[in-house]
Design a binder for this molecule. Structure first.
Ligand code: HEM
Length: 206
């Protein structure tokens, strides 16, 4: 294989799934902020608060479906840990020092795996409580608990997403192409994902 040959890191399913998840999450975050702080400007952008509620609820359905489907793409990889992950944490992924010797990674690095698992747990928590708030408004005690969990998960997700967007764009230039074309040059894959490339070359990776 030549240095500049392209290899597929993300399938078309993975790319469509990612953008459905990302766009729905951003629409939910913006409208969620609007509800939480009663921001009139955001309400007006959705033609008023009642219309924003309808958009928020149905976008929640898209988010939940995308989150569920994402498990076929990233869950197995995100639940696979070995001693290199401990090394990654101890060297902070090389983000704090260029001299740090970061252990070889597979298809996702340790930080990305934790990001996915956090998103999965908080995403399902926000989705389940969102459906309770939407569909069971008469159950008052359930409603109070659901609002609390919904808001805590909202804080977790909104704290992680900007970091994810920064690291996938300006923080690591060139990464965005993965979620546009699905492909990366061989030299890049070998540098950032040597364990995965080794498996591909041995004929048992995907
Ligand atoms: C809108 C701006 C966003 C951009 C530019 C972006 C970009 C990317 C890129 C380039 C990757 C591939 C990273 C790699 O394979 O090394 C990725 C992966 C991923 N993205 Fe996004 N993303 C965005 C928003 C989101 C949002 C809002 C979510 C969640 C709701 C999300 C969830 C994920 C997940 C779970 C992965 C796989 C795990 C990971 O690579 O961290 N993304 N994203």
């Amino acid at each position: 294989m030549n240095r500049s040959d392209l290899i597929t890191k993300e399938s078309t399913f993975g790319i469509i799934n990612h953008w459905a998840l990302a766009i729905s999450c951003i629409v939910l975050t913006i409208s969620g902020f609007g509800f939480l702080f009663q921001i009139q400007g955001i309400g007006s952008a959705f033609s008023g608060f009642p219309a924003m509620k309808v958009v928020h609820n149905w976008t929640g359905v898209v988010f939940t479906a995308s989150l569920f489907l994402s498990m076929f793409n990233w869950l197995k990889e995100s639940l696979t840990f070995d001693s290199d992950d401990i090394g990654w944490i101890l060297t902070a992924g090389g983000y704090l020092s260029h001299k740090a010797k970061v252990p070889p990674m597979h298809k996702l690095n340790t930080g990305q795996k934790f990001f996915y698992l956090t998103l999965l747990v908080s995403g399902f928590a926000i989705a389940a409580t969102g459906f309770i708030i939407w569909l069971m408004p008469e159950n008052k005690s359930m409603l109070v608990l659901s609002h609390f969990i919904h808001n805590v998960s909202f804080i977790v997700i909104t704290a992680f997403i900007p970091v994810h967007i920064y690291l996938s764009t300006l923080g690591n230039p060139g990464t965005l192409r993965i979620m546009i074309t699905g492909k990366i040059p061989y030299w890049w894959a070998k540098k950032k994902h040597p364990k995965w490339v080794r498996e591909l070359e041995e004929g048992h990776g995907n």
